[in-house]
Design a binder for this molecule. Sequence first.
Ligand code: APR
Length: 232
Amino acid sequence: MDDIANIVILTGAGISAESGLATFRGPDGLWEGHHVEDVCTPEALARNPALVHRFYDERRAKLHEVEPNPAHQALAALDAQWPGELLIVTQNVDDLHERAGARRLIHMHGELRSALCAACGRAAPWPDPLPPSTKCTGCGQPSLRPDIVFFGEMPYEMEAIDHALRRADLFVSIGTSGAVYPAAGFVQTARHAGARTLELNLEPSAGSFYFEESRIGPASQLVPALVRDLLS
Ligand code: APR
């Protein structure tokens, strides 16, 4: 991997699975126990805000019980030591990448630890626990919602992500099923721009055939091995 300067890494729920956070799809997945349209759409929030808040309150509470695993730690070490451009784009709304120390990080689907004001668009740290009457510190409206990108909403920072993908020499996808766009299409953008493409996942994902190479196994083993390789 001598000729690599710019790296983009996409992560999904699989990288946090070994920390004890549920993935979305498959047995015991979050979408087995909940209907997406009940908890993860703007319509659900309007129809039944209590249910939506409860779903995210439970997931936010869980963050106190989990720690970053060797995969998050390895990526944080890569971020600290990689001399070229590097961007970690996560679909995860947990905070395990930043708790491991990653800095060059985009939360494209939002963050559990952030509150978004539906009235003025201001994002601020989530007041934990959130009293029912908490008002936005910007506009004063009682309109705080989880700062989560719901289905049907636009993921964050797409311009910066697209820019990085088009400059990438290496694109790595870790622990994602490849079921949700636009993230599932990043491999194609990077590949068209000339990047090498590598998937690390417990099983072949829906888009495995787009990748030049797939390594199958747990992220806690595959990611540290890749990072050792890149930094050697
Ligand atoms: N190591 C590596 N991969 C793993 C591990 C592990 N220890 N455990 C599970 N996986 C893999 C699974 O095999 C699966 O392919 O991680 C993937 C997780 O897929 P999903 O549950 O679909 O999660 P993700 O791809 O992040 O979902 C994308 O869907 O509903 C939305 O907004 C939500 O950001 C999420 C998006």
